[in-house]
Design a protein around this ligand. Sequence first.
Ligand code: BTN
Length: 273
Amino acid sequence: MNNLDADVIRLNLGDAAAERLGQLEIFAEIDSTNSYLMQQPAPAPGKIHVALTDNQTAGRGRHGRSWQSPQGSGLCLSIAHTFASPPTNLPALTLAIGLGAIKTLDDLNVPAVQLKWPNDLIALDSKLGGILTEAQTQPGGAVTVVSGIGLNIDFNERPEVLLEMDDGRRAIDLKSQVAELPEWNRIAAGLVSELSQAIADYESGGFKQFSSQWAQHDWLFGREVTISAQGRQIKGTGAGIGDDGALLVDTLSEGRQRVTSGSVVMAGAREPA
Ligand code: BTN
């Protein structure tokens, strides 16, 4: 346990997040912070519930994959929020959450973290974190969304986390990226502040306001990619995202393709400039 402390986290929140925060629960061990919040009563409109641990025993990733986070190796943080009516473009919320995580890391002076569409945080071409967004429709039509982030922080005593990603890339921890690791409660408070702001901005203005920020952190841009989407494989070069968060891929045979769901099964080198 890394002295995760709800009072310290609350004290380090920005004003808007402090106002929005309903429950903040810290677990010494839990199966999955996403699963937990999905089973809890929905937060009231305008409020968020947060579940946090550094020891997750059955973490889940996208496409039914697992997320490894044994004790002390990383932060697992989930935020629940209720949308009064179904958001029109829910998959793009994951991208906005990713940008919130980048802002948190920027504020903590962690350099050069990138985003791999749609949900990976990348440092030195390796996976620093991942995001999983899930939704549940409430009676009456409101939709509760749970967005969970796993951030690898310190693998020192946990080399077993160094697993390969789906496209052959390895995991990396924050500790290897900074001269001095920020205090875990500060990282958690930064994530709660920025992720809740991203959710609020997305709710009021949709994804379009975020799309230009993505370009500054787009790890796939200019890379040769193979995407598995809607039962077919698309091979081409990453060409950024659309205003709606769709991945754009330039292919040789079919021109520019838009990918709204799917996963990157292979990402190669960047195209020479
Ligand atoms: C992925 O890379 O596919 C997404 C990984 C998401 C992991 C986080 S850890 C906190 C939350 N709880 C989970 O079970 N999953 C998410």
